[in-house]
Ligand binder design. Structure first.
Ligand SMILES: N[C@@H](CCC(=O)N[C@@H](CS)C(=O)NCC(=O)O)C(=O)O
Length: 221
């Protein structure tokens, strides 16, 4: 197997790359890396100390690439079919924008505001911080949900009527939100709820969710 993804399966950015690879039908090996703290060898290939990193032995022994966005962009060039970026120029730009929004603002609110207090805390033997998570759900995430509710409307996919990097980038954070025990209210955000049900039921996402749910079960979560 020539592709290795370094990371932890509960990371939304690692999941983004795994779903991308699954949708491309490409086999890979997942090598778990604990980033609290990262080992020295990992810092050599991830200067920002973050997961994921991809290794492609096909490109040479030293061919590693950090950052989920760089990795997905690379994989699209290397394995063009099925296309996971829109061909149309403006739709391409929109997909990159949704990816950026999800990777930054949404990721911060879900990760620091719900997943870390509810899941990481407990995996590390600390108490869950439900107060922080509920405050995030009440005060920060509604702005993110409102934005996507409007952008999605009656659509099945965010951009150009087909499944793309935009859908992967958005939906991956809702897996972490669900692991933390939260989801957008169906009555307030019906478009978002319907859309997510469709995206997360894809075999690429479903396989990750099943594996992660089993892992969380081992921690009693
Ligand atoms: N822009 C990066 C973000 C990756 C990221 O923040 N990963 C988190 C785990 S979910 C991480 O490695 N955090 C460790 C740290 O920030 O020290 C990407 O898309 O890959």
């Amino acid at each position: 197997m020539t592709l290795t993804v370094y990371g932890a399966s509960l990371s939304p950015f690692v999941r983004k790359v795994r779903v991308f690879l699954a949708e491309k039908g490409e086999a890979y090996k997942l090598e778990q890396v604990n980033i609290f703290p990262p080992p020295d060898w990992f810092l050599e290939i991830s200067p920002l100390k973050r997961i994921p990193v991809l290794r492609d032995e096909n490109e040479g022994a030293e061919a590693t690439l950090p950052d989920s966005s760089a990795i997905c962009g690379y994989l699209e060039k290397k394995f063009p079919a099925p296309a996971l970026y829109p061909a149309d120029a403006f739709a391409f730009g929109k997909a990159l924008w949704y990816e950026e929004y999800a990777d930054s603002d949404l990721a911060g609110n879900v990760g620091m505001g719900t997943f870390r207090p509810m899941v990481v805390n407990r995996m590390m033997g600390r108490e869950a911080d439900r107060e922080t998570a509920e405050k995030t759900m009440a005060e920060k995430l509604p702005r993110n949900f409102d934005y996507f509710e409007k952008e999605i409307g009656s659509k099945t996919y965010l951009v150009a009527d087909s499944f793309s990097i935009a859908d992967i980038s958005l939906a991956t954070h809702f897996v972490n939100l669900a692991h933390a025990g939260f989801r957008p209210d169906e009555k307030t955000w019906p478009n978002l709820t319907r859309y997510l049900a469709g995206i997360l039921a894809r075999p690429s996402f479903a396989a990750c969710i099943e594996e992660e749910t089993a892992l969380l079960g081992k921690f009693g979560l």
